[in-house]
Design a protein around this ligand. Structure first.
Ligand code: ADP
Length: 523
């Protein structure tokens, strides 16, 4: 019985981490572990009520993916797409608990319906062991030795012999006193490759040691890899797959789907993704939220989620395009996407199903490595969609509003949108860049504040609240505030009643104000 098994664990006859093996039944092992741990505290016991554990295929994770298992954490999976990437249409699975992310990335895909083009320009997983020599002089001799072509060949021979798929491409060294850091760069087929390359590196280091007997191998990983930590080396040299993706978004799509303009996007991209990230001292973070998309695809497809650190390195660039510069050119360059379609969490049934959704599950028999490279392109293409949509939302000032709508409970949304307190002073500070529209809604008049994204920086806390209901427009209006009593605004008290209905179509800066629906009246 379970009670008997628990008493054997108490008597240290069975280690708690080996329950599954002891009872020869994975789910029962998990059940007993929950009972065992539940005795230790009520909070742990209560927590188990909400951690599911039934109907899970534990056979795939035992000895491979997780230990001391007590259940699993369900994460919702959304789908964005179709993503028109290099002529193929992908439905991309994204596992996330961040409201708006899937909706926004989908909008990006819609705006990219004309297609995204992408290329993998580099493919090499890395491992960077640290070794030590009796002197810096000897370490420098090893550095020079490693730079000889003939010696690289020797290392490659031993490295490549360790696996059918590992192929050593390059070795680069950094010396620090008596320490030597050697970065092995290798192709690893469709596997992300850390296991594979670690094996190859070990064998190659033995070959090196045959030539430098006094060399000490301190660690197979000396952080010059660099795995799962922010590091300039991955940003500069690349790691995993280095990918570039580009698209041209016609002006009418920028206006109609993204509700902004090319000029506004280009300006914001420079200010935020380039200057802002430079000011922040960023390395590889010249983007709006690449990590959001990378993390969600990684969770859905069973990637090593800790590798979101390096895999999210991305520079997003935007330029005016076309004869009149109204179209948008956008590119995302991601030098270090660490992905695989075989090994690790990719073998678990739901994660494997997500890879199948992309047509990229498992090894590519004809061209080993192609599935992993294609997955990296999908990641980069989806990041581009995510960048385009978020940057547009920011340019048009929609972000807070859409987050309130999709990322909070509806109770909160109603409460926060219904009454927005502000001060008359706050209004006047933004007059010369804003317009106000009123839309009748039955007996009520619905006020709409249309603000220019250019003025957002000047808003104080109260006026930021107003941005929750603002929509983008940079029409200049006279600096005086109209009497807004009818609209529900009581200027003296500085209170704006904002109905929950947000049904006015969103004008863009390039749209002639005459084309604003007639039921909207401009002051
Ligand atoms: P990782 O190195 O990403 O941790 P593993 O090395 O643990 O992954 O898993 C990859 C395994 O899959 C290896 O045993 C490798 O021989 C096998 N394999 C089969 N086909 C392929 C392929 N096309 N690409 C890479 N590995 C493959």
């Amino acid at each position: 019985t379970d009670i008997e098994v628990i008493s054997l664990v108490d008597a240290k006859k069975i280690p708690a981490y080996q329950l599954e093996k002891a009872v020869q039944n994975e789910e029962r092992g998990v059940t007993i572990r929950r009972k065992l741990l539940g005795r230790s505290s009520t909070s742990v016991d209560n927590a188990f009520d909400n951690i599911p554990y039934k109907n899970y295929d534990y056979s795939k994770i035992t000895g491979a993916c997780c230990e001391n298992v007590v259940g699993y954490i369900p994460v919702p999976v959304g789908v964005v797409g179709p993503l028109n990437l290099d002529g193929k249409h992908y439905q991309v699975p994204m596992a996330t608990t961040e409201g708006c992310l899937v909706a926004s990335t989908s909008r990006g895909c819609r705006a990219l319906s004309n297609g995204v083009r992408s290329r993998v320009v580099g493919d090499g997983m890395t491992r960077g062991p640290v070794v030590r020599f009796p002197s810096a002089m000897r370490a420098s001799e090893a550095t020079l030795w490693l730079q000889e072509d003939a010696n690289f060949k020797k290392l490659k021979e031993s490295f490549d012999g360790s696996s059918r798929f590992a192929r050593l491409e390059k070795v680069s060294c950094r010396i620090a006193g008596r320490y030597l850091f050697i970065r092995f760069v290798a192709k690893t087929g469709d596997a992300m490759g850390m296991n594979m390359i670690s094996k190859g590196t070990e064998v190659a280091l033995n070959t090196l040691q045959n030539n430098f007997q006094e060399m000490e191998i301190l660690s197979l990983s000396g952080n010059f890899c660099t795995d799962k930590k922010p590091a300039a080396v991955n940003w500069i040299e690349g790691r995993g797959k280095s990918v570039v993706a580009e698209a041209i978004v016609p002006a009418y799509i920028v206006h109609n789907v993204l509700k902004t303009s090319t000029a506004a996007l280009v300006e914001l991209n420079i200010a935020k993704n380039l200057v802002g990230s430079a000011v922040a001292g960023s390395i590889g973070g010249y983007n709006a939220h690449a990590a959001n998309i990378v993390a969600a695809i990684f969770i859905a497809t069973g990637q090593d989620t800790a590798q979101c650190v390096g895999s999210s390195n991305c520079i997003t660039l935007m330029e005016p395009w076309g004869i009149d510069g109204q179209d948008l050119f956008i590119s995302c360059t991601m030098p270090s996407i660490e992905v695989g379609t075989i090994g690790g969490g990719t073998v678990l049934p739901p994660q494997s199903a997500c890879l199948s959704m992309l047509g990229l599950q498992g090894p590519n028999a004809e061209e080993p490595g192609k599935n992993a490279r294609d997955l990296a392109r999908v990641v980069c293409g989806t990041v581009l969609a995510g960048e385009l949509s978020l940057m547009s939302a920011l340019a048009a000032g929609h972000l807070v509003r859409s987050h309130l709508k999709h990322n909070r409970s509806s109770t909160n949304v109603d409460a926060s949108l219904r009454t927005v307190a502000t001060s008359p002073a706050a209004f006047s500070s933004r007059n010369n860049h804003s317009s106000l529209f009123i839309k009748p809604n039955g007996a009520e008049l619905i006020p709409k504040i249309l603000t220019s994204h250019h003025t957002n920086n000047h808003f104080n806390q109260e006026t930021l609240s107003l941005r929750n209901v603002s929509i983008g427009c940079n029409k200049i209006v006279p600096p005086s505030i109209p009497n807004l009593d009818e609209a529900g605004l009581v200027p003296n008290m500085g209170v704006l009643e904002v109905p929950t209905s947000m049904s006015v179509p969103i004008p863009t800066k390039s749209m002639d104000l005459l084309s604003v629906p007639t039921e909207c009246k401009q002051f």
